[in-house]
Write a protein that binds this ligand. Structure first.
Ligand SMILES: NC(=O)C1=CN([C@@H]2O[C@H](COP(=O)(O)OP(=O)(O)OC[C@H]3O[C@@H](n4cnc5c(N)ncnc54)[C@H](O)[C@@H]3O)[C@@H](O)[C@H]2O)C=CC1
Ligand SMILES: O=C(O)C(=O)COP(=O)(O)O
Length: 620
């Protein structure tokens, strides 16, 4: 009873499929209801995974699995989310409504590896290293890593992508907090606030010692003109500073709009009185401030770092402070956090420090917690996250428009690979999209990912999803090139057809080879149903459901009857049949859709039918 009510809710409420975005908890955490709906259509298979029906609270989530026998619906246990660093209550509340939440802070790397194998999602801030070992230890169960903040340098993105784990972050909620902290450090450093405070608390009154410098009229170089950098620039302009910025990727008009000139790296660092760092830590920016860079600075410059410790060579900074090149530094971030107690930088008298507090305001932490909770829950439900770091961000409206094409893409990939003769390795895949759309209005990344999934999954144990599709293809030496052909149809329809060509391979069904010698299959979506419309150079028209038998024969009366009788005798139900032929009474292809998988004996009998020249059985 619960299941059928649940099923209705499922179909009504959901919009994406775990088969397409398999971001749900692993099978290990699910219990199966084993409901089979033999009559369900492909669209039904595409529908939903999450059940938000309070009446069925004992079955908090369902997922569909399209099997050879129809649609199977599985009840999925509540996912488990490990929150490994302190997160705001508002975010925890959202997480608890959806999942079992394990808040375990200060785990050692070993403890994290032990726990992770029981978790579907992990939420961290900057203090937890999510390494390759963590992904390996999860044994494929970890589907989402949520970084409750901006910088994802503590997450091994390569390892995440390889294991098909989505990484999402919360890129906006702490921007203002970080910018305000940058300004706090700038002003505090200029007026020796921290040192003077410590001196007074030590019982002293040193007015002459702590004479500061003014900000007005001074030049501030903002290095990294992104979200935080631009907010710092805006505030510094308000303090009367002349602000320049360096960012190789920032648009100049956005900078100009707030009165900031974008300049080269060398110009920025050699003219600035203050330098504020706001770029991410990447292989390019690691230790970008080093002995060589410091040698180019204006003498007596002051540096603020609220970005990442690793962008500065800390030993070089100590040298620059000691020789007076750098008059002062204000640091919120360090190469190793927390830095060693005897760090020369931390104890340097011209340096003020805070323990990575940039994002630590009450408001920012509540905002970040909600932002990351929503992103992680969405990802676990199978929605594509808007803040995905290692997967294409596909807006919901694009996704719903491409829904049937996504299924078509995967089925065509599956079909094409099953036409390859054993032993011939696939290297080159050409995908041709025919569409009336301008290329900019047609995002094919998700289609390419699904074609890759269709091609790779039947011939390997690899689990492919939108996160790891391109990586997996590359790993296997599979080159996928895409081509677009303009067809003057309605631009309302995203795609007219998708063709897949596998080059330099032999086929176990020679008729699948086009005149150019490639295995070629083409499909279209008609009335929302994906259909196979071309095999080799034969036009066919069959719905891509269940399984397909392709037979080549000479077009003559009686063929359909003979094959139909063999299948009927074995109780194999034919769902459709289509004949594509070069000309009447010449070569023809029969495409027969079957609900059940014929046994070996049945297939042997079809093969022995005198008029059948070749045939192949394909599972979709
Ligand atoms: N201390 C703290 O608590 C916080 C630190 N952060 C850190 O601040 C930094 C900036 O964060 P957002 O502004 O949110 O990121 P963002 O992505 O909006 O901005 C980063 C900017 O750096 C630029 N960039 C990349 N490579 C560069 C290079 N070689 N030279 C100059 N610019 C380069 C990018 O084009 C981008 O415009 C990140 O490292 C982040 O982790 C952010 C929030 C809080
Ligand atoms: O968002 C960022 O990049 C930060 O550095 C903030 O880090 P936190 O979440 O405070 O550990």
């Amino acid at each position: 009873m619960a299941a059928s009510a649940a099923t209705k809710s499922l179909l009504r409420l959901s919009s994406t499929s775990p088969d397409i975005f398999p971001l749900l908890p692993s099978a290990a955490s699910s219990s199966t209801l084993c409901l089979s709906f033999r009559s369900c259509s492909i669209e039904t298979c595409f529908l939903g995974i999450h059940l938000a029906n309070p009446a069925c609270s004992k079955i908090p989530a369902l997922r569909t699995r399209s099997t050879g026998r129809g649609l199977r619906i599985e009840a999925v246990a509540r996912p488990t989310i490990l929150v490994a660093e302190k997160l705001g209550e508002a975010g925890l509340g959202l997480l608890r409504e959806f999942a079992n939440v394990d808040c375990s802070y200060n785990l050692s790397p070993e403890e994290l590896c032990v726990k992770i194998s029981l978790c579907d999602a992990l939420i961290v801030r900057s203090g937890t290293k999510v390494t390759q070992e963590v992904f390996e230890a999860s044994k494929g169960r970890l589907k989402v890593v949520g970084r409750a903040g901006v910088g994802i340098d503590n997450v091994d993105l390569q390892a995440a992508t390889e294991s098909g784990c989505l990484v999402v972050n919360a890129p906006t909620a702490n921007t203002v907090a970080a910018a305000e902290h940058g300004i706090a450090l700038l002003t505090a450093m200029a007026r020796n606030v921290a040192q003077a405070d410590a001196s007074m608390k030590a019982g002293k009154w040193q007015r002459n010692k702590y004479v500061g410098v003014s900000l007005v009229g001074k030049t501030l170089a903002v290095m990294g003109f992104g979200k935080v950098g631009s907010e710092v620039a805006r505030r510094a302009r308000g303090l009367g500073m002349h602000v320049i910025a360096h960012d190789p990727y920032a648009p100049a008009d956005r900078a100009r709009a707030i009165g900031v000139d974008l300049v080269s790296f060398d110009e920025a660092i050699s003219t600035a009185d203050f330098i504020s760092l706001h770029m991410p830590l990447t292989p390019t920016t690691a230790k970008i401030f080093n002995d060589e860079t410091f040698a180019k600075l204006k003498k007596g410059v002051r540096i603020i770092n609220v970005a990442r410790g690793g962008v500065i060579d800390e030993d070089a900074l100590v040298r620059a402070l000691d020789n007076g090149t750098v008059a002062q530094a204000a640091l919120d971030v360090f190469t190793v956090e927390p830095p060693p107690k005897d760090s020369k930088l931390v104890i340097h008298e011209n340096v003020i420090v805070t323990p990575h507090l940039g994002a630590s305001t009450v408001e920012a932490q509540e905002g970040v917690a909600v932002e990351i909770a929503e992103a992680v829950i969405g990802a676990l439900k199978g929605e594509l996250a808007a803040t995905a770091v290692n997967a294409p961000m596909v807006p919901a409206e694009v996704l719903s428009e491409l829904a049937s094409y996504v299924i078509l893409a995967e089925k065509l990939g599956r079909l094409a690979v099953q036409l390859v003769a054993g032993g011939s390795g696939i290297k080159g895949v050409k995908v041709v999209y025919t569409s009336a759309r301008d290329p900019d209005d047609l995002d094919t990344r998700i289609l390419r990912a699904m074609i890759t999934k269709g091609i790779i999954e039947p011939i390997s144990s690899v689990f492919v999803n939108i996160v790891n599709a391109d990586y997996t293809a590359k790993q296997r030496g599979l080159r996928i090139c895409e081509e677009r052909i303009f067809r003057d149809t309605s631009p309302e329809i995203p795609l007219d057809s998708i063709q897949i060509h596998l080059s330099n391979v032999e086929s176990k069904f020679a008729s699948a080879l086009s005149d150019a010698g490639d295995i070629t299959v083409e499909g279209r979506v008609k009335d929302g149903i994906p259909r196979l419309t071309l095999v080799g150079s034969f036009s066919v028209d069959v719905s891509l459901e269940g399984n397909v038998i392709l037979c080549r024969n000479t077009d003559q009366p009686g063929n359909i009857g003979r094959v139909g009788r063999i299948l009927g005798e074995q109780n194999v139900n034919i769902s459709f049949m289509s004949v594509g032929r070069t000309a009447p009474r010449k070569q023809a292809i029969m495409a027969i859709g079957v609900d059940e998988e014929p046994n070996k004996e049945t297939l042997r009998k079809i093969g022995e039918t005198p008029t059948i020249e070749e045939f192949v059985f394909l599972k979709l």
